[in-house]
Design a protein around this ligand. Structure first.
Ligand code: FES
Length: 56
């Protein structure tokens, strides 16, 4: 599922970036561009981040 339409980023890509070591919204923004344009994906990305970090 696409989370960030502006940059064509899927939930899988976000999950992969977290598995690869990203631990903050800032890192995900830098790596994937999420939240850097319209910002609509920010909340959803944060939710994925928090859920994944709990798993780790
Ligand atoms: Fe991610 Fe617009 S949907 S910045």
């Amino acid at each position: 599922m696409y989370i960030c339409i502006c940059h064509g980023v899927t939930d899988k890509k976000i999950a992969q970036a977290i598995d690869d070591g990203a631990t903050s919204m800032r890192e995900l923004s830098k790596e994937l561009g999420v939240g850097t344009q319209c910002g609509k994906c920010t909340n959803c990305t944060k939710k994925i981040l928090n859920e994944k970090l709990i798993e780790i």
